[in-house]
Write a protein that binds this ligand. Structure first.
Ligand SMILES: [Fe+2]
Length: 399
């Protein structure tokens, strides 16, 4: 996040003596991306951030990936997943994945363990409920509609507040940030961006927690490890820089509209390596006198398109079985578009009350077991409005 912040106590000059009340030095840590050549922050710890006393392999249940074959549009009903008794890290139900990005869903009702994702940044989207995201940089309060971006290797834990929290999680292999075209060469949001610095929340104060022999789960490209740190990693008295966890509410995304239908890039919110994340928010729709407000049939030939339906009515999908919590996957190689009759129904409509999060990947997504367990297998046939014979191998034919 290329936006400088300074929180808590930091010395006036970097890499100089900064002492605790007992005269000992604080332990300075530079956390930076791309080999000292990109965003970084300097953190000042009470204890050495290097002090571990144990490390052991940890093997979560393996994530089985199945190619999307036969190549089909898919509909997954996440609210039909068995989501009881989970935390927001180890309890994730993996849905879709490729080597660039992994999407999961979880209904968390308990605090997660301390966790570090050393593979890449994470984007959490809060579908419902609330959580406190505690990090080495301080805490963020996350509520319905929030995106929370947690940079690579930031130690954190997710604590539901006031009941279970429903999270869609997107794990990148690399870094997630605002689209470059929204930013000046020095990183300020430009006037045409649908959001800007005032909409972004970062930790406002450091949090220090006493404790010894503290477990941290580390996800790495070569597997998981459980460290035991000599002291609690939340021991930072101050930090400054341009790398930190941050939150942004989808309700602060200002939609860009036009006389005729605007393409999905106007909804883009973040970019990551080989994927983008977009937000479809309630908005006035196309106002040309002859406009058709729903999308035209389209085939984005280089992408798999995933939509998570998180609020309102998704007009173009009426008749498809899509509902709150649904995820559709429209892969490259398949032309998709509104359900039959949606274009006609939309004429004259001037406002869409819809809320959806879209993940577009530039490489194909595999299906994970949780997705297959909540799939509406008749979705692929909903545009044809036909009742298919049992020999077709599908369960239903919604029309
Ligand atoms: Fe699409």
């Amino acid at each position: 996040m290329p936006y400088y912040r300074s929180v808590g106590e930091v010395p006036p000059k970097r890499h100089t003596q900064f002492r605790q009340s007992d005269g000992s030095l604080y332990a300075e840590e530079l956390m930076g991306q791309e080999g000292f050549s990109s965003d970084s922050s300097l953190l000042y710890h009470r204890y050495l951030p290097t002090a571990i006393v144990a490390a052991e392999e940890y093997d979560p249940a393996p994530v089985v990936r199945t190619p999307n074959r036969p190549l089909k549009p898919r509909h997954f009903a996440t609210h039909k997943l068995d989501s009881s008794g989970a935390d927001a890290v180890l309890g994730r139900q993996h849905l879709l994945a490729n080597d660039d990005v992994r999407m999961s869903y979880v209904v968390a009702d308990r605090p997660s363990p301390l966790y570090r994702n050393a593979i890449g940044d994470e984007c959490l989207y809060v579908e419902a409920g609330a959580a406190t995201v505690e990090t080495t940089f301080g805490t963020l309060e996350a509520r319905e509609g929030d995106y929370v971006i947690i940079p690579t290797s930031v130690i954190h834990r997710i604590v539901p507040t006031g009941g279970p929290v429903r999270l869609l999680t997107i794990e990148a292999t690399g870094h997630i940030g605002p689209p470059k075209r929204y930013l000046s060469v020095r990183g300020q949001f430009l006037e045409h961006s649908p959001y800007c610095e005032r909409d972004i929340r970062g930790p406002s104060s450091p949090s220090t927690v006493d404790g010894e022999d503290v477990e941290v789960y580390v996800q790495h490209r070569r597997g998981w490890t459980r460290y035991v740190y000599a002291h609690h990693p939340f021991d930072v008295v101050g930090w400054d820089g341009c790398l930190y966890p941050w939150a942004f509410s989808v309700h602060d995304f200002e939609p860009i509209t036009g006389r005729v239908h605007q393409p999905p890039p106007v909804h883009q919110t973040f970019q990551g390596p080989n994927f983008v994340i977009c937000s479809f928010v309630p908005r006035k729709v196309d106002y040309h006198p002859l406009s058709i407000p729903v999308p035209y049939n389209h085939h984005n030939v280089d992408s798999d398109e995933v939509l998570f339906y998180t609020g309102g009515n998704y007009e173009a999908r009426r008749g498809s079985g899509i509902e709150q919590g649904s995820i559709s996957l429209h892969p490259g190689g398949f032309t998709h578009g509104p359900q039959p009759g949606a274009a006609e129904r939309a004429i004259g409509v001037d406002y869409f009350d819809e809320l959806a999060v879209m993940l577009d990947t530039f490489r194909p997504l595999d299906l994970c077991e949780a997705a297959q367990s909540c799939e509406d297998t008749g979705y692929a046939w909903t545009w044809a409005r036909r009742t298919l014979p049992p020999s077709s191998g599908v369960d239903t034919a919604t029309g």
